[in-house]
Design a protein around this ligand. Structure first.
Ligand code: ZN
Length: 512
């Protein structure tokens, strides 16, 4: 409010200059309070999964509900109102059912139309959305948005660094930013980068644009950590590039490898007002990323399921925490595969905590039987029976979480020296708290098997040691062997691929 009072006191000739020129004197191109819509759709969809994300899988925030979400809190910092529409997000999984996407899009657009005219739209996205029968779902969402808000409205997108881009996306957006950390601990900062950029441009009358360099290289997600090299150094200095004149944001995306689509690739995206400088940075960072591609590696010792089990049994320290990485729901895995469980039973390994098996019928059966009951259970392979076979055991129910809806059910069962969590829907058992909340202490077991990739910060210090099984699944980390039918020529599938970065300037900039 104080800023507006000061502005009213400035001579009209200063205000009239507007645009970037006035920004030099920190004098905004004041032209009333900008009207900014908030909305978006976010998920990470493995095209290798036979599961479909449908309406019940989405958390859909409508209108003012959006401002109650933790990631919307930074929006309250501004001295003008954001205008809420619809924000939909689903946990990582398979492609989104077409009808679900169309319904969400139609409601979002309807809400957008009701709050016209708009100066800007802040889009909370992810970048790895895949929709049945659709090419480039984010591109579709942006084009539909643009058709409603018109050519002069500024669109700013928020991305995960495991997102893919296309010319269609770049040609429709005005600015974007992405996480600079994996595991993603900069979510709040990412919101702030996206919204600061947008509000800054609207206040100062700046029209930025995107320059993009697509890099034909993809990595398994678990190699993309920024906690070790080369990820640590490749992402650590992006903020320095941000400070250069004419630059608003520099982002680097590893892409999402489990989307077998033409657009799937790594990227450098530079938002700014100086196309020459943006292009120079895009080429420099794309060359740097390409040169480092062979350095990426897993942060823990990896092996097959059987190798990891043998190492765990031989270990003198405990608990050995093993990631069943191909079935990690955090990256789009089913979380109901039985390959690891079958191997445990076959090897007769005991004193094991197995976290994260999704099975609605088995969970329901445990609730019907009650705590203390012993019952025959078929475990796993209910979401995707084609992928693997269920495992049949006699299990004792030792815990049932009190719930009001069966779909939230969560049980703990014991059988053959294994303590396993069962849940009615796909959920993460990555954090130590997820087990402690249901009376299980991970450190009391010799071996802990988790359906995850790199370990959660609360689990990592407990692992003694950590191992990662390169298990099969919808997010198979052994990417050289995954189906690769629709992608453009990409490293590592084309081992001798040569690459020279070519910066692509958004059509929004080229139109002048
Ligand atoms: Zn991610």
């Amino acid at each position: 409010m104080r800023r507006r009072v000061v502005l009213k006191m400035l001579p009209a000739c200063v205000l009239a200059r507007g645009g970037v020129a006035s920004a030099e004197g920190l004098v905004p191109a004041f032209r009333g309070t900008p009207r900014i819509a908030v909305g978006g759709i976010a998920s990470e969809c493995s095209t290798y999964s036979r599961i479909r994300s449908r309406m019940p899988d989405f958390t859909t925030l409508r209108g003012e509900e959006i401002f109650g979400a933790p990631l919307s809190q930074p929006l309250h910092r501004y001295d003008f109102d954001f205008l809420p529409t619809l924000e939909a997000s689903a946990p990582p999984g398979g492609p989104v059912e077409r009808e679900t996407y169309e319904r969400l899009k139609a409601e979002y657009l309807e809400r957008l139309r009701k709050i016209l005219p708009l100066d800007g739209v802040y889009l909370a996205m992810h970048g790895a959305l895949s929709v049945e029968g659709m090419e480039d779902a984010e591109g579709d969402w942006y084009e539909a948005t643009r058709a409603v808000v018109g050519p002069d409205c500024l669109l700013s997108a928020y991305y995960d660094l495991h997102g893919n881009l296309s010319r269609r996306c770049v040609d429709t957006l005005d600015m974007m930013t992405a996480y600079r950390t994996a595991p993603h601990v900069d979510r709040v900062e990412n919101v702030m980068r996206a919204t600061d950029m947008l509000t800054h441009c609207l206040r100062y009358g700046i029209r930025p644009g995107i320059v993009w360099a697509s890099i034909p290289a993809l990595l398994p997600g678990e190699q993309s950590s920024t906690e070790w090299e080369p990820g640590r150094r490749l992402w650590s200095d992006l903020a320095e590039y941000n400070r250069l004149p004419g630059i608003l944001d520099v982002s680097q995306l590893v892409g999402y490898v489990w989307a077998d689509e033409p657009r799937s690739a790594a990227s450098v995206v530079v938002t700014g007002t100086d196309v020459g400088e943006q292009s120079r940075i895009a080429v420099e960072l794309a060359e740097r990323y390409w040169a480092a591609r062979r350095e990426f590696h897993f942060g823990t010792k990896t092996g097959t399921i059987e190798e990891c089990l043998a190492w765990a049994v031989a270990s003198r320290t405990h608990p050995v925490v093993i990631s069943d990485s191909g079935d990690n729901p955090g990256g789009g895995g089913n979380s109901d595969q039985t390959f690891f469980l079958a191997a445990l039973l076959k090897a007769g390994v005991r004193d094991v905590l197995l976290g994260g098996m999704t099975d609605r019928p088995a969970t329901d059966a445990c609730y019907r039987a009650g705590v203390g009951a012993v019952l025959p259970l078929s475990i796993g392979a209910t979401l995707d029976p084609a992928m693997c076979r269920p495992v049949h055991v006699r299990a004792k129910v030792v815990h049932l979480t009190p719930v009001t809806r069966p779909e939230d059910g969560e049980a703990v069962v014991e059988f053959n020296g294994i303590t396993a969590t069962l849940s009615a829907k796909r959920r993460f058992y990555h954090a130590a708290e997820a087990f402690r909340d249901i009376g299980l202490e991970p450190t009391r077991f010799r071996i802990v098997v988790l359906k995850c990739g790199y370990l959660n910060p609360t689990m990592k210090p407990l692992a003694n040691p950590a191992l990662m099984a390169l298990s099969p699944g919808a997010i198979d980390q052994d990417i050289v062997h995954i189906g690769n039918y629709r992608r453009r020529p990409t490293w590592p599938w084309v081992a001798d691929l040569s690459y020279t970065p070519v910066p692509y300037v958004s059509a929004r900039v080229r139109r002048g």
